[in-house]
Design a protein around this ligand. Structure first.
Ligand code: NDP
Length: 325
């Protein structure tokens, strides 16, 4: 099968994304040949591209896609030609019109989930599931703070936590994004660059601070997260959109109230077939409940993936971004 696939031969800006035509062989043992109909853009794609997360080069990129099984290799059970499937995490290479993918990395798509929705929610939804329900223990009535609340993971996380009865304090980079966060269910929303942000967050928690803070922004919000945390609170530092958090001295955690920190990754929460099945079924259940909705804020032609990278890095996107062939 012929396919067009993205690759990078060097780390750098969006311009390093190149395209090539390939002739895909029949799938090998354990592999599936997947015809890709929609691709999810994720901030992690920019880390792979820029070298923040270095890859052996040349490298394929893309970690979220939905499409149809064309053929299966020896030993593959559970998938057959014509099946609608989704891929997230694991081996990269989803910026493509078709690819070979290990069967163990695929999810079946339920009939009520279209390809664009699947590409918008698989990686971000599974991430939200483990962040909201497994990386931290929250009970209804608690406060949580979510940075970049109008983003892809951000919007899902605000809705998910709110559904679970959590009072979500949101931060975002513009007034328009604050409105989005409030529509998603946040009880309060503040500009990330508000000089009085910490005082405002403390005020809405009655002075105690926030027991759980979700921080996917990283370097730029680390100090804010420390200062907003309640005594013995937990900072879930799950991403680096503004750069990686480095050089943290454990004394900082003491100084801000005996804090806890976790730096989780989805790979450690979706390890076994059972864990994967349980996690994705929570995602589908949340979507079906109507309490969590996926917003595709913008789409780009797959061939214009570099433009999509520029937009997400310039903080111009909201919700999920989907690349379509
Ligand atoms: P988003 O759609 O959330 O985009 C990133 C957002 O970060 C921007 O919209 C912007 O929102 C905010 N931001 C703040 N400062 C900067 C900056 N200097 N440069 C760029 N953006 C900035 O992306 P995703 O939903 O794809 O990912 C969100 C986070 O989740 C990322 O950090 C990603 O790495 C992480 N992630 C982690 C996973 C894990 O397993 N640990 C899995 C999946 C995602 P604003 O303008 O409102 O500040």
């Amino acid at each position: 099968m012929k396919a067009r696939q993205a690759f990078i031969a060097a780390h750098g800006g969006p311009e390093v994304i190149q395209w090539q035509d390939v002739d895909l062989p029949a799938p090998g043992p354990g592999e599936v040949l997947m015809d890709i109909r929609a691709v999810g853009l994720n901030y992690i794609d920019t880390y792979h591209r820029s070298g923040l997360y270095p890859l052996p080069l040349p490298a394929a990129i893309g970690s979220e896609a939905a499409g149809v099984v064309v053929a299966v290799g020896d030993g593959v059970t559970g998938f057959a030609p014509g099946d609608r499937v989704g891929h997230c995490g694991g081996t990269r290479g989803d910026y493509a019109t078709a690819r070979l993918v290990p069967a163990k990395e695929l999810f079946d798509l339920p009939p009520d989930i279209d390809f664009v929705t699947a590409a918008a929610v698989l990686l971000k939804g599974c991430t939200t599931e483990f962040l909201a329900e497994r990386a931290a223990t929250l009970i209804a009535g608690d406060h949580a703070l979510v940075h970049a609340a109008a983003g892809g993971v951000g919007q899902l996380l605000v809705q998910w936590l709110s559904t679970n009865g959590i009072n979500v304090i949101a931060t975002a980079g513009s007034e328009a994004k604050l409105d989005i966060a409030l529509q998603c269910g946040a009880t309060h929303a503040f500009l990330t660059h508000d000089p009085d942000l910490v005082a405002k967050v403390r005020a809405v928690t009655g002075g105690t601070g926030v027991p759980v803070i979700y921080d996917g922004v990283g370097a730029a919000t680390w100090d804010i997260s420390l200062k907003c945390a309640a005594r013995r609170g937990l900072i879930v530092s799950y991403g680096n959109a503004s750069g990686a958090v480095t050089g943290v001295a454990l004394g900082q955690l003491t100084a801000h109230g005996s804090l806890f920190v976790t730096r989780p990754t989805m790979g450690d929460y979706y390890t076994t077939p059972e864990e994967r099945a349980a996690g994705i079924s929570r995602v589908w259940a949340m979507l079906r409940s109507g309490n969590v909705k996926v917003t595709v804020g913008q789409t780009f032609a797959l061939a214009h993936a570099a433009e999509a990278h520029r937009a997400i890095e310039a903080r111009e996107t909201v919700g999920s971004t989907v690349l379509v062939a």
